[in-house]
Design a protein around this ligand. Structure first.
Ligand code: FE2
Ligand code: FE2
Length: 156
């Protein structure tokens, strides 16, 4: 088992919620306005209740520690840019008129794609450095991450 397996499992769980987001993007135009409002509220509940706290914990713990491991202080800046782009779309989604199907669909698909690619970058580019690091370093990082954002999941 890789040392980062608990973190990877958390991503798998988040990705299952992300699939609901993709589904919402596909069906949003066919829903009644009441259904649309409910779907957007559920998606926002996941994004703001679970995904954003996960991202904030990464910015506080995982990214600075990763930058240390790879020996370049600004290494995680592009990852933070992704978070900023994601949060901007979440805020726009919250402000979008439920009648405005085009914008809802654009934002849902945009978030679906951005978040999916972002997770792959964390898993494929960042986590291997923690798997290769001294086990006590990685364990301490994962514990701090879990204390900040772990197991606080709401379900969509
Ligand atoms: Fe992230
Ligand atoms: Fe993540």
């Amino acid at each position: 088992m890789r040392p980062t397996e608990p973190f990877r499992r958390e991503h798998v769980e988040l990705l299952s919620h992300l699939e609901h987001l993709g589904e919402a993007a596909r069906k949003v135009a066919r829903l009644t306005i009441e259904e649309r409002e409910a779907v957007v509220a559920r998606v926002l509940g996941f994004l703001r209740g679970t995904l954003v706290p996960h991202a904030k914990a990464e910015e506080e713990v995982l990214y600075p520690e990763w930058a240390k491991l790879v020996g370049f202080g600004d290494a995680a800046v592009p990852m933070v840019h992704d978070h900023v782009a994601i949060v901007a779309r979440i805020d726009r989604l919250a402000e979008t008129d439920p009648e405005d199907i085009d914008t809802l669909q654009e934002l849902l698909y945009g978030l679906y794609a951005l978040i999916g690619v972002h997770f792959r970058k964390e898993e494929d580019l960042q986590l291997p450095a923690f798997d290769a690091a001294p086990p006590d370093v990685t364990e301490a990082v994962l514990e701090r991450m879990a204390a900040l954002a772990g197991h606080a999941h709401t379900h969509t």
